[in-house]
Design a protein around this ligand. Structure first.
Ligand SMILES: [Cu+2]
Length: 309
């Protein structure tokens, strides 16, 4: 009871700051196994740091103008990572109370053009409360950083990695929950596998569900027992990735990106001979390869540890 009240008073204190602190937030950078990919690299960038509040809008996928990499601030880069890698996202620090969670969309053939449609999303990570602090507070104390791991059991291919911070300070009214969203564009090399359940966005959120609409948010809401919307974290199992397999994706089909000279290829464990594309193994881009690519006019000076494909 005491800790609950304490949390509530903290919650109120944070909210009181909102009147004079600009606390909107954006995702700006991510690290892979402790190495940055570079500022605002390999991610879709919205036109502002405003939240998405309509959970039935396609903006809920990858923020405003986020249905491809060529939105408001085009970023034609895909970063190569491995299944099981440690990802650290860096958000603007925010006093908005709420959780952070991560979702994977894929595998898909092209992370630059994928619009996030269809039931290919899985929740892979969530942090609600730890040691009596909501996720945003933990991140404030850590410079906006938050670290989690990609699933070990993933089929090779391209993916969108969606980072979501839900701010609850306005959740006392329907439509007042604020979704801050950033989508990263990844090419994941993995041993095979698939995550379940999968769902569509929009599709899993309802504006009136108790994790988003909290009538007592300033009058009894217990942050310590809060859980983010979207259900539990997916289970990702090895082997047969039903449905899409990398056999149907051909990275080389794109002329807008650079591939390295890596000659290794992937044999999807779940591919059957019935797929006409099964022989078209995806070119694997060396993890520590080059940055940039045709059509990419930005800096090609990427940090070691990452490649842009
Ligand atoms: Cu804000």
């Amino acid at each position: 009871m005491v800790s609950s009240l304490k949390a509530l008073s903290k919650f109120a204190a944070y909210c009181a700051l909102l009147s004079f602190v600009s606390a909107h937030q954006n995702l700006h950078e991510f690290y892979v196994n402790g190495v940055t990919v570079g500022y605002e690299k390999c991610m879709r960038r919205p036109p502002s740091n405003n939240p998405v509040t309509d959970v039935q809008s396609t903006d809920i996928r990858c923020n405003v103008n986020g249905l491809s990499a060529s939105g408001t601030n085009p970023v034609p880069e895909v970063c190569a990572v491995n299944a099981g890698d440690e990802i650290t996202v860096i958000w603007d620090t925010s006093s908005h109370p709420g959780p952070i969670q991560h979702f994977l969309y894929g595998p898909i053939s092209d992370a630059l053009t994928a619009d996030g449609s269809g039931a290919k999303w899985s929740k892979i990570d969530v942090l609600n409360v730890q040691d009596g602090k909501m996720a945003n507070v933990i991140m404030m104390e850590n410079g906006g950083k938050y670290t989690f791991k990609l699933p070990e059991n993933l089929t090779s291919g391209e993916y969108l990695l969606r980072s979501e911070m839900l701010a609850l300070h306005g959740a006392g009214v329907i439509g007042g929950g604020q979704f801050y969203i950033g989508c990263m564009q990844l090419k994941i090399t993995g041993p095979g596998g698939d995550c379940s359940p999968k769902f569509s966005l929009p599709g899993i959120y309802d504006a009136s569900q108790p994790e988003i609409y909290i009538p007592d948010v300033y009058n009894g809401f217990n942050t310590l027992t809060y859980t983010a919307p979207g259900g539990p974290v997916a289970t990702c199992t090895a082997g047969s990735g039903s449905g899409s397999t990398p056999a149907s994706t051909t990275v080389s089909a794109s002329t807008t990106r650079m591939t390295t000279a890596a000659s290794s290829s992937i044999t999807p464990s779940s591919t059957t001979a019935t797929s006409a594309a099964a022989s078209a193994t995806s070119a694997v881009v060396a993890k520590y390869g080059q940055c940039g690519g045709a059509g990419f006019t930005g800096s090609t000076n990427c940090a070691s540890g990452m490649s842009v494909v």
